[in-house]
Design a binder for this molecule. Structure first.
Ligand SMILES: Cc1cc2nc3c(=O)[nH]c(=O)nc-3n(C[C@H](O)[C@H](O)[C@H](O)COP(=O)(O)OP(=O)(O)OC[C@H]3O[C@@H](n4cnc5c(N)ncnc54)[C@H](O)[C@@H]3O)c2cc1C
Length: 530
């Protein structure tokens, strides 16, 4: 089996003489996509992530693989067509993580049914052969049948359309594994702290800092790619201090509720809320994810916190559409993510994202920065970036391979009812761990399905290093039910400590820091163990 052992990967990275074809900074969707594109074409690739893979925006999305209905409303047909094409490829290449989802738009006026049926039929046509299902108009009775908790007063009917739904951070982890399978080295907890240049002021490498050992490494690369999301300006400042900022963050918040608030298989799409935004309520891993907001901020960080008004907005809007109105105590988890907005010269932000499509910027030093886009289009963004890198770095051209490249774990026959489906082709090997230690078949929590073997698997094969890595981005319970995650932290810490040969102090520190973090995913106090 492929090695994901940190010490071996660092050993492979630290050859001082080695000059990588491309060094990618940032281990979210964008960076991992680029590393995979380049490695699968046959280039020598290194990727460094300062925290865990997908710790940033890439674990905090609405979990949609979509063309973007609102971009259609804005008339941005090329962008929608591109995203719908990528949606189709993702369904094929990550079949274990991406599924078709039906969305219902309820209509409370007489014209809405016709309007959205026509609009979404165009959406279907734009998807061509990679369509997910045909848009249909349904009557009031059918809407109530499919969404029993929908507000019935004034309801005329509804429109059903299809898009995709996925698990974002699990896809990121599987992308990291696929990168390794194609010969790249990818490392989490490795922060880029400086760029190095030659006498002509061209970038020739960078300094990577191992967050676990506090050791720095000089790394040489023909091309350095800045794929750091809302952090892109930090690297641009290393390259050219005083350069005007490229992006400003805009926060998007989601709340998670028990699925009894909206039972059934369908998702709800509210096309126009009180401030004109779209709001989704999407079934996800037996829970309901509702979001999002769009709040410009002046600062970026790895762990953004939802504002009171954002939570109020989501609860208020949800209550207008569902008969079982949620309130703060019903919220199982709340999470926030940051989009990069285009910054203006005076430092404020424009109201549109830097890119409903993506942008690639080449600095005088040769640094390539990519920003914008979305999870759904990560593959296309990567292809464009690597094509650009080949030109800028004067590298031998090699054709893109990712259109038909299966992502680690991809398989077709999936039992969506078994929570282990997210492991795809790894599921049987994960279950075999119980032969090594039968206790690993035990549950992590009496009210949840997760088993101890998933923690062992995450450490041995998915590069998890901390309790948070496991509970937030491998089994997702922090995002689904933060209280349950807090309950699980001690057993998870002890299992990880055993695998990584850490002492009791490490274990206790892990539980404490996880609990402190998990508190920010809760709206009501939860008694934390001492
Ligand atoms: C609220 C919200 C909802 C969304 N919903 C959807 C959706 O449903 N569907 C969809 O397709 N898209 C969605 N998107 C968009 C999608 O999530 C993003 O486009 C995507 O995750 C961005 O990935 P990224 O890799 O560019 O950024 P990030 O995921 O933020 O990754 C950047 C990484 O760079 C690392 N980094 C920063 N500085 C350094 C350094 N010095 N050294 C090493 N590493 C560093 C960070 O730690 C971080 O992990 C949503 C976005 C938001 C904000």
């Amino acid at each position: 089996m492929l090695t994901t052992e940190r010490s071996k990967l660092i050993e492979g990275m630290s050859d001082l003489e080695k000059v990588w074809d491309m060094v990618v900074v940032g281990g979210g969707a964008t960076g991992l996509g680029i590393a995979l594109d380049a490695a699968s074409r046959g280039y020598q690739v290194l990727l460094l992530e300062q925290s865990d893979f997908a710790k940033g925006t890439s674990s905090r999305s609405t979990k949609l693989v979509h063309g973007g209905v609102r971009y259609l409303a804005q008339g941005n047909i090329p962008l929608v067509r591109e995203a719908l094409y990528e949606r189709g490829l993702l369904l094929k290449n990550a079949a274990h993580l991406v599924k078709k989802e039906s969305f219902i738009i309820p209509n409370y006026d007489w014209w809405g049914g016709a309007f959205y049926t026509i609009g979404l039929t165009i959406y279907d046509i734009l998807a061509g052969k990679l369509g997910f299902g045909k848009t249909i108009h349904i009557n009031k009775k059918e809407v109530i049948n499919r969404l029993p908790n929908i507000q019935k007063k004034g309801l005329y009917g509804g429109v059903v359309y299809y898009d995709g739904q996925f698990d974002d951070s699990r896809l990121a982890i599987n992308l990291a594994q696929t990168c390794l399978e194609h010969g790249a080295i990818v490392l989490n907890y490795f922060k880029v702290i400086n760029l190095t240049k030659n006498e002509q002021n061209k970038i020739e490498g960078l300094v990577g800092y191992d967050v676990e050992t506090n050791k720095s490494y000089q790394i040489k690369g023909k091309i350095i790619i800045n794929a750091t999301g809302v952090f892109v300006d930090d690297l641009i400042q290393m390259d050219k201090p005083g350069e005007a900022p490229l992006v400003m963050p805009s926060q998007g918040v989601h709340i998670v509720l028990d699925n009894s608030f909206m039972p059934g298989e369908d998702a709800l799409m509210i096309p126009k809320t009180e401030d004109g935004r779209v709001l989704f309520a999407v079934p996800w891993h037996d829970k309901l994810v509702i979001g999002t907001t769009d709040t410009p901020l002046n600062e970026h960080c790895l762990e953004p916190v939802a504002l009171q008004e954002e939570i109020d907005f989501i609860l208020r809007t949800t209550s207008q559409y569902l008969t079982k109105a949620p309130n703060r105590k019903d919220v199982l988890s709340v999470f926030a993510g940051l989009r990069p907005l285009a910054a203006t010269q005076n430092g404020s932000s424009k109201s549109k994202e830097i890119s409903r499509s993506h942008k690639i910027i080449i600095s005088e030093s040769g640094l390539i920065t990519i920003t914008g886009g979305k999870w759904t289009t990560y593959r296309r963004m990567a292809e464009d970036t690597v094509d650009k890198a080949i030109t800028v770095g004067n590298l031998e051209g090699k054709p893109v391979k990712t259109k038909n490249l299966p992502i680690h774990g991809s398989e077709k026959n999936i039992d969506w009812k078994n929570h282990l489906y997210v492991y795809g082709t790894d599921r049987s090997a994960l279950l075999e761990l119980v032969n090594e230690n039968k206790e690993w078949g035990n549950k992590l929590h009496p009210l949840a399905n997760y088993v101890q073997a998933e923690v062992i698997w995450a450490v041995r094969h998915e590069m998890a290093r901390t309790v948070e890595d496991v509970l937030a981005r491998r089994v997702r319970v922090l995002f689904l039910d933060a209280r349950q995650a807090i309950d699980m932290a001690p057993i998870v810490a002890s299992l990880i400590a055993d695998q990584l040969r850490k002492d009791k102090k490490w274990e206790n520190d892990q539980v404490q820091s996880f609990n402190a973090l998990a508190k920010s995913y809760l709206l009501e106090p939860y008694p934390l163990p001492d």
